[in-house]
Design a protein around this ligand. Structure first.
Ligand code: DUC
Ligand code: ZN
Ligand code: ZN
Length: 484
């Protein structure tokens, strides 16, 4: 056996498909061998009693990103990636965000430079497309897809981000033509705008009215609308941050008809509720995100959807804003629900929360946990098998988890730059004690040993088709030939 740089021995290794006892050996940053009875490498970790899992892939997080209202996230590529890796995530896919009038070239150059200087773990990028002009769709997108940015998010709401239905059809068709995947923030803009105006006109300004204006129906209608567009064109679409039971049903119904729809949900929809936004005073602002956390029936529908394959990915949608005038509360106590920066932090706790409440409480299996937090992200966004699994030849991105370790969550112990956590005071069980990124032990018992800027850009390839996908019919091929 060749000299191994690192061995992790005697652990229980789990992938999305398999669980087995064994040893893992690393050479030059990659997994070189999976076996039993390996001799210790230069560095040897005894994983007896521990779980050895793929490092997480978080494919939805907003890092060092300027919002459309001009508010900068609290985390940059250093604090964001440091926080992520402490919670077992070894690859992130944040956004390079185009605002209206910007060239994709400039956007990508800007984000790439900042990430390269600061990230401690590997990263890919999605684009946010707020201005899908002809030039963007026919020239810039194909160019950047070729350079490994193969997915982009579009919004159906937010004044300065939303695209209309006509543009959505253009975007969906262009994405498929060039081998990219469209992620959609699905909420009906006019419903939200109309409800918000009426609420504000009547003096209802508190944070809890954010959830009233972002009604569950606004989400399920928009999700259903874009899913029907994806059916019309027979192209894939991914509905991000699904929060409500009705949206879950819309996705399931469309998929039963053969729709090529992927779905994502996030910790805030499983572990927070409408009652959190309703906390007194401005406290509720800490829980304001779009869509907002819903009720228990929605939480139950999401848990069922995680277990039955409705959802492929569990992402943080980390959108970090401090609880002060720099972030959440631009007008302090006088900030109305419409002015609160939208988003909650979750990069670090995404995996531990799901592990504790999902695997620990028997709602999902360990293999489903791996699929939802790592493997499916890598597959859907074209990073597999380099990322998201434990296999010979894959990058050695690994978490060594103590399944019994109990942690009381406090903002002080979390490594992001947000200053609060919506999960303060909860006790969870299971934590990644050692995290390895490309063969480097980057976190060990809470201590970081990764250099700023040591993370690398990962070029994404074409998304992998869904398992249930069928071949296009002759009619569909003829129709697409007509409109392409
Ligand atoms: N909603 C978004 O669409 N993005 C970031 C955070 C949020 O709440
Ligand atoms: Zn969104
Ligand atoms: Zn988001």
């Amino acid at each position: 056996m060749q000299d191994l740089d690192l061995t992790i021995r005697n652990g229980t290794i789990a992938t999305a498909a398999d669980t087995f006892s064994g040893d893992l050996g690393v050479k030059d940053g990659r997994i070189a061998v999976l076996a039993r009875g390996l001799a210790p490498g230069k560095r040897d970790i005894d994983a007896s009693g521990k779980l050895v899992l793929p490092g997480g892939v978080d494919s939805h997080c907003h890092i060092e990103q300027l919002s459309s209202n001009g508010v900068m996230t609290a985390d940059d590529f250093y604090t964001g990636t440091v926080s992520a890796v402490h919670g077992g995530t070894t690859t992130i896919v944040p956004f390079a965000a185009q605002h209206r009038g910007m060239k994709i070239k400039d956007v990508v150059a800007d984000y790439s430079k900042r990430a390269a200087e600061k990230a401690v773990i590997d990263y890919g990028f999605h684009l946010i497309l707020a201005d899908p002009t002809e030039e963007v769709l026919t020239q810039e997108l194909p160019e950047y897809i070729g350079k490994g940015i193969t997915s982009f998010k579009v919004y159906m709401t937010y004044d300065l981000l939303k695209i209309d239905d006509y543009q959505m059809l253009d975007v969906l068709l262009a994405a498929e033509k060039h081998g990219a995947l469209v992620m959609v923030h699905a909420e009906n803009h006019d419903v939200i705008r109309w409800l918000a105006k009426r609420l504000l006109d009547r003096g209802h300004t508190e944070p809890k009215f954010h959830a009233v204006s972002h009604a569950p129906l606004a989400e399920s209608e928009a999700a259903n609308r874009v899913i029907q567009f994806s059916r019309l064109l027979d192209v894939p679409v991914l509905i991000v941050h699904v929060s409500g039971a009705e949206s879950v049903r819309a996705i399931q119904a469309a998929r039963a008809l053969g729709a090529r729809v992927y779905a994502e949900t996030c910790p805030q929809y499983l572990f927070l509720k409408g009652s959190d936004i309703s906390r007194p005073g401005m406290e509720g602002a800490k829980y304001c995100c779009s869509p907002p956390p819903r009720d228990e029936a929605s939480q139950n529908a999401l848990w069922a959807g995680l277990a039955d394959g409705t959802f492929q990915v569990f992402s943080s949608d980390h959108a970090p804003y401090r609880f002060d005038a720099s972030g959440k509360l631009p007008k302090g106590e006088k900030t109305s629900f419409k002015e609160i920066a939208n988003g909650v932090p979750g990069l670090e706790l995404r995996m531990p929360l799901l592990f504790s409440e999902g695997v620990g409480k028997g709602r999902i299996s360990l293999n489903e946990f791996v699929a939802l937090t790592a493997t499916n992200h890598a597959r859907i966004y074209g990073m597999y098998p380099r990322k998201g699994t434990i296999a010979v030849g894959s990058d050695a991105d690994v978490g060594v988890w103590d399944p019994d370790k109990e942690t009381k969550i406090t903002a002080a112990a979390i490594h992001d730059n947000v200053g609060y956590t919506p999960y303060e005071g909860r006790t969870i069980k299971g934590w990644p004690e050692i995290v390895v990124s490309r063969g480097r032990v980057v976190v060990e018992n809470g201590k970081l040993s990764a250099e700023k800027g040591s993370g690398k850009f990962v070029r994404c390839g074409a998304p992998e088709p869904l398992k249930h996908e069928r071949k296009p019919t002759t009619e569909m091929r003829l129709f697409k030939a007509l409109i392409s």
